[in-house]
Design a protein around this ligand. Structure first.
Ligand code: SAM
Length: 231
């Protein structure tokens, strides 16, 4: 069964290859600022199992692990999971963590199996993000939270000379990664289509260091950050 669009299927191999090119670490060690906020939210709501979907090469895992006894790092890329393993080893977190190969469109996790989900820098790369969000909501327990972002049109990537516009608000980058950017009203439409209700939608700006082999300069991101609580 074809679970995702062809572009999303093809992206899985592209991502895996990018982590080889990125050698030790594609995204850099500093966690994104919202990881610590999400971690506190998960801890305050009594989360036992938190999932970082997708975990990439693991920059957000140690911070998220502080918010729950068990942390799952999930990603479609085996190479990313290997890099995450090293981060967990260095942080002394192997006993608290499980790394799983998993597709956000079809996780195979039972209904309500997860207490908190951090979903960073994934939805903008997906052709059908509302399908993935419905899957994340399915596996979230009632009372649990999802913290997820989608880039705005003010995000640095829009102005990157390597980006090729393929349709309004939609680009391919130099790795052929699909990147969709969202206006505030698009977020409302996305949430409606996903069947999710957000407690808040915040505008977040943060600076990231260069990602050698991918984006070789310090850059400013801008995202909508959705905090979703399942009823
Ligand atoms: C931009 S990275 C973000 C990683 C991490 N959240 C971070 O902030 O560093 C996007 C990640 O999504 C993963 N990915 C792409 N398609 C996926 C899918 N359908 N399901 C799960 N992970 C996917 C890629 O392998 C990649 O690691």
């Amino acid at each position: 069964m074809n679970l995702t669009s062809q572009r999303d299927q093809d992206a899985i191999a592209l991502w895996n290859h990018a982590y080889v090119n990125g050698a030790d670490n594609l995204w850099g060690d500093p966690p994104v600022p919202y990881a610590s906020k999400a971690s506190r939210l998960f801890a305050d709501s009594g989360a036992f199992i938190v999932m970082d979907m997708p975990c990439g090469d693991g920059r957000n895992l140690p911070v998220l692990a502080a918010g729950a006894p068990i942390i799952i790092g999930a990603d479609t890329s085996e190479n990313a999971l290997s890099l995450s393993q090293r981060i967990l080893e260095r942080a002394g977190l192997l006993r608290a963590a499980t790394l799983l190969s998993m597709n956000a469109y079809a996780t195979n996790i039972p209904d309500a199996g997860i207490d908190g989900i951090f979903c960073w820098d994934l939805l903008g790369h997906l052709v059908e993000p509302e399908r993935a969000m419905r899957e994340l909501c399915r596996i979230l327990r009632p009372g649990g939270h999802i913290v997820a972002n989608m880039w705005t049109m003010g995000d640095c990537q829009v102005a990157d000379p390597n980006m090729r516009e393929i349709s309004p608000k939609t680009y391919l980058d130099h790795f052929d990664f699909y990147c969709r950017f969202y206006e505030r009203e698009d977020i409302d439409e996305f949430l409606r289509a996903s069947g999710c209700e957000a407690l808040s939608v915040d505008l977040a700006r943060w600076t990231e260091p260069p990602h050698p082999g991918y984006r070789n300069y310090e850059h400013d991101h801008e995202s909508w950050v959705m905090t979703i609580k399942k009823h």
